[in-house]
Write a protein that binds this ligand. Structure first.
Ligand code: G1P
Length: 306
């Protein structure tokens, strides 16, 4: 199945990152040499998706400014080399819709109904990246499994610790569906260790049939008095629709910008593995750690003769 459209929710207020996100969207925080949300668009482009709707809200205008074409003062197009090599912005159409009030992830995705119309589509949360060195990236594996098994939803899964199950949608995994997926028997939003049916957590990437929108419009507010995307998926499973979980491969990681600790880790990882700057930065960090542990070791931020 050819999927061309993606909905990218980016309306969350980022309160866990205050004051960093008081006046800037968390999706604009850099990971490697570009804002997080550009990395999300790169992932989509790699999976052949070039029609992207971003769901924004108050204070998120920097995202729209970012995806404007790069033009110089004289109106000429800035050379593509100034952009990420993975990202050709002329190959993507960006549209924007505002979520009027913070009514939850399910409500944000529902804002994409007219854009999606009657096509299967991807949902990629705008505040995290999936790092992959696999030959077939996660979104492509998800789309392939979704098509093969005629699924209504296919969801990327990461394993988390038992304590962390209170921060994620958690799947109840059933039978294998080919080599890359399993059939989901149930899913529950942020259950916590006592109620978690497994340690397979929703990892911010989904492929959906457009029937999702009927389920979203029937949803009553759930956890946190919000319309939960997970609750709509749960109702789809209860009605007998096929919902797949697609686990991350061993070398793959989800990088999350949602709080300062996770952002710091994600930033460090992307910088230290950056193709151009990684090697120099790794040497810098090794020296910095040596200096922090033993102040007599030369401080890498001072010239050698000082
Ligand atoms: C959302 C979803 C949750 C999912 C998580 C990460 O939660 O509701 O099911 O596991 O994203 O993809 P949030 O982090 O917005 O609270």
């Amino acid at each position: 199945m050819q999927i061309n459209k993606a909905v990218v929710p980016a309306g969350g207020r980022g309160t866990r990152l205050y004051p960093v996100t008081k006046a800037q969207p968390k999706e604009m925080l850099p990971l490697g040499g570009r804002p997080t949300i550009q990395g999300v668009a790169e992932e989509l482009l790699l999976a052949g998706i070039n029609d992207i709707l971003i769901i924004t809200s108050e204070g998120k205008r920097a995202i729209e400014d970012h995806f404007d074409p790069m033009v110089g003062r004289d109106g000429s197009k800035v050379s593509p080399e100034d952009d990420s090599p993975l990202f050709d912005r002329s190959a993507v159409t960006f549209s924007y819709t505002r979520q009027g009030a913070p009514r939850g992830l399910g409500d944000a995705v529902a804002c994409g109904r007219r854009f999606v119309d009657d096509e299967h589509f991807v949902v990629s949360l705008g505040d995290c990246l999936i790092l992959s060195r696999e030959p077939v990236a996660p979104l492509q594996r998800m789309i392939a499994a979704h098509t093969e098994h005629n699924a209504a939803a296919s969801i990327l899964m990461q394993r988390v610790s038992l304590e962390a199950t209170s921060r994620y949608g958690i799947a109840d995994p059933g039978d294998a569906a080919g080599d890359t997926a399993f059939v989901m028997r149930d899913i529950v939003e942020k259950p916590g260790p006592d109620a978690a049916p497994s340690r397979f957590a929703v990892a911010a990437r989904y492929v959906f049939s457009p029937i999702l929108f009927d389920y979203l419009s029937a949803q009553k507010p759930g956890l946190g008095a919000e319309i939960q995307l997970t609750d709509a998926i749960r109702a789809m499973i209860a009605d007998g629709h096929t919902v797949l979980g697609v686990p991350l491969a061993p070398g793959e990681r989800r990088l999350d910008v949602g709080n300062l600790e996770s952002y710091a880790r994600a930033f460090v990882r992307t910088m230290l593995t950056d193709a151009d700057r990684g090697e120099g930065l790794r040497a810098y960090v090794a020296n910095l750690l040596a200096h922090i542990d033993d102040p007599s070791h030369p401080d890498p931020d001072l010239p050698p003769d000082s």
